[in-house]
Design a protein around this ligand. Structure first.
Ligand SMILES: [Zn+2]
Ligand SMILES: [Zn+2]
Length: 197
């Protein structure tokens, strides 16, 4: 008798917990959405703050190893990169990549996290590190354009991507994507050796 009461209580607790958790996750999702809007307006610092707020909820409710937290970490990393906070960006992107790699190392999400991290490494002047990161998984690469429409659909193989001919440390699925990313990439693109004249 008491055991069935217990299990009923447990059920009720689980329901309450999951409802409460669900509300919190909804709050986190809304913060992610707001972050996206701020990002589109060029308000990168505000976007990063909102991502961080979302992440605190997701870490607490779902755990830092959840794919939901990894998703927000990836976008937080990109927003921090846009704010020039490269060390912080690298840190959160490495965490996001570790979670994605554990779930599906050849999957599209792992490829996106890896490419974002490579972008930060290039910005930090570590092109060799970026190259090593990408070529470690030649058949699961992502397009270097953050807003690429195809990047979230599939991971690319090395031969499917076009390399920035100047610095050879950025990869794109199309000329359109390369052009779109140029505003960002031009700050870090330069020839690797002093052979230009
Ligand atoms: Zn693309
Ligand atoms: Zn380049």
């Amino acid at each position: 008798m008491s055991s069935s009461t217990n299990s009923w209580m447990q059920d009720a607790n689980i329901r309450m917990f999951s409802n409460g958790g669900g509300m919190r996750i909804l709050e986190a999702d809304l913060k992610d959405k707001a972050a996206e809007e701020q990002y589109d307006r060029g308000e990168y610092l505000r976007a990063a703050q909102l991502r961080l707020e979302s992440l605190r909820i997701k870490d607490a409710e779902l755990g830092p190893d959840s794919v939901e937290a990894a998703y927000t970490r990836m976008h937080l990393g990109h927003a921090l990169y846009k704010c020039g906070q490269l060390d912080q960006a690298e840190k959160v992107l490495r965490q996001a990549m570790a979670v994605r790699d554990k779930k599906d190392p050849m999957g599209v999400d792992a490829a996106i996290a890896r490419d974002e991290l490579a972008r930060v490494l290039v910005a930090k002047g570590d092109r060799a590190g970026a190259q090593q990161l990408r070529l470690g998984r030649e058949n699961a690469l992502s397009c270097g354009n953050y807003d690429c429409e195809s990047a979230c659909l599939k991971a690319f193989s090395f031969s499917e991507l076009k390399q920035c001919s100047r610095c050879k440390s950025a990869y794109y699925c199309s000329v359109k994507c390369q052009t779109a990313d140029w505003r960002d990439h031009k700050h870090y693109c330069s020839s690797t050796s002093s052979t230009t004249s």
